[in-house]
Design a protein around this ligand. Structure first.
Ligand SMILES: [Fe+2]
Length: 409
């Protein structure tokens, strides 16, 4: 009997101690939208503590519904993840987030536009090399503001690697990326691929813990409206699991044939270029696939500048009939490759910027470059049926400094 009494006292004391230790979760990282697929989207946020989480969503003027999520202890804080399923296409949804029944961001209006169907136009933003510390001259803050000022809100975004400098550590995300991009990421779902800086540390313990991406997170594809997007992991230019990734790419491209109006590849490293970076052989090795399987656009970062190439074929040769034409490509052949690697970092800033500008005059690839400019920049790319048009935007003032259009029959 005495033993039982002691056990009861210990249990009661223990429960009091536990409740004394319970704390109200605080937001460490505002919500961000991931893996926006045809009928689902994931919402992630970070808290100081937590055991369970949920999100409430509703299409405008309808009743709230609840989706339960999971809380996982992260390297820094606790990661909350909720996946919302059964979304209607192209609808504005409002959402609210809760950790341990505590509503976070009560006064904020959180919303997103679900994936549009194949008949509706859409647009996305893209750039690479973003998370350069502001204290070291980086401009991730300016790029984020530029996106929020766009007339047409992007439906999603593609980050072209080297997400966080100097080494892709999880800690850097809350120092050099999320503080600036929180207003973008909480309304615009974003997909990221790995760059060489993201590979300085183990991406399984860092990059892949910060993003929730389709497939294995290194290389993956997704559909958006009438377009198919393929993200690749070019690692240090030599590619993660190159042969395996290439076999996956071939299979993915084969499956996509005839199903979409557009195929867009995005990765960190460039193939041939006239920037200050070398030509990466493994990227060039994929060119014949890009031509054979009718890839339209290839987007990359890595070189901290902007460069758009003339349409090229599987051998990396500019297609003669498009050289020197106005920026409208009718019934295109080959693919257009673009370096947009000055999202947050511009090479030579503060020293001699012009030295690092793409220079077709000194380039070993004649007639390769359609347009280049050395400045902080990001892109907005629009798709409407059989037309795709892209604008390169000066981060400094939001002006469009390059433009092209592809028109298919
Ligand atoms: Fe890079």
């Amino acid at each position: 009997m005495t033993q039982l009494r002691i056990i009861l006292i210990v249990l009661v004391l223990g429960s009091h101690l536990c409740s004394a230790q319970q704390t109200i979760p605080q937001l460490l990282r505002t919500p961000y939208l991931q893996t926006a697929l045809s009928d689902s989207v994931s919402i992630l946020w970070k808290t100081t503590s937590g055991t369970h989480c949920k999100a409430m969503v509703r299409a405008e003027n309808t009743t709230w519904r609840t989706a339960q999520g999971v809380v996982v202890k992260a390297k820094y804080g606790y990661m909350n993840t909720v996946t919302i399923r059964g979304l209607q296409r192209g609808v504005r949804y409002q959402y609210r987030i809760f950790t341990d029944e505590e509503e976070l961001l009560k006064k904020d209006t959180l919303d997103f536009i679900s994936s549009v169907d194949a008949k509706r136009p859409f647009n996305f933003f893209t750039a690479g090399d973003i998370g350069e510390p502001v204290g070291e001259g980086g401009k991730p803050d300016k790029m984020a503001v530029g996106i929020t000022k766009l007339k047409d809100r992007p439906h999603f975004g593609l980050l072209l690697g080297d997400i966080v400098y100097p080494n892709g550590e999880s800690e850097g995300y809350d120092k050099h990326l999320f503080p600036y991009f929180k207003d973008v990421f909480m309304k615009i779902p974003t997909f990221a691929v790995l760059g060489n800086h993201d590979w300085v540390v183990n991406p399984e313990e860092n990059f892949l813990k910060e993003w929730k991406l389709p497939g294995n997170g290194h290389y993956y594809s997704f559909d958006y409206s009438n377009a198919h997007f393929i993200g690749l992991d070019s690692k240090n230019g030599d590619f993660h699991e190159f042969e395996k990734q290439k076999a996956w790419l071939i299979n993915d491209l084969q499956n996509a044939q005839g199903k979409y109006d557009w195929i867009i590849v995005f990765l960190h490293h460039n193939g041939i270029s006239c920037t200050y970076k070398e030509d990466y052989k493994k990227v060039i090795e994929l060119y014949p696939l890009f031509e054979q399987y009718k890839v339209d656009v290839v987007l990359n970062g890595h070189a901290h500048t902007y460069e758009r190439l003339n349409p090229i074929n599987g051998k990396g040769e500019p297609i003669q009939k498009f050289i020197g034409t106005p920026n409208v490509y009718r019934q295109p052949e080959g693919f257009i490759s673009i370096t947009a690697g000055s999202g947050g970092k511009l090479r030579g800033f503060g020293t001699d910027p012009t030295y690092y500008a793409p220079d077709p005059e000194r380039c070993s690839h004649p007639k390769l470059v359609a347009f280049s400019k050395h400045l902080w920049a990001f892109m907005q790319i629009h798709v409407d049926g059989k037309q795709l048009w892209a604008e390169a935007i000066d981060t400094k003032d939001g002006s469009v400094f390059d433009y092209f259009r592809i028109v298919k029959k």
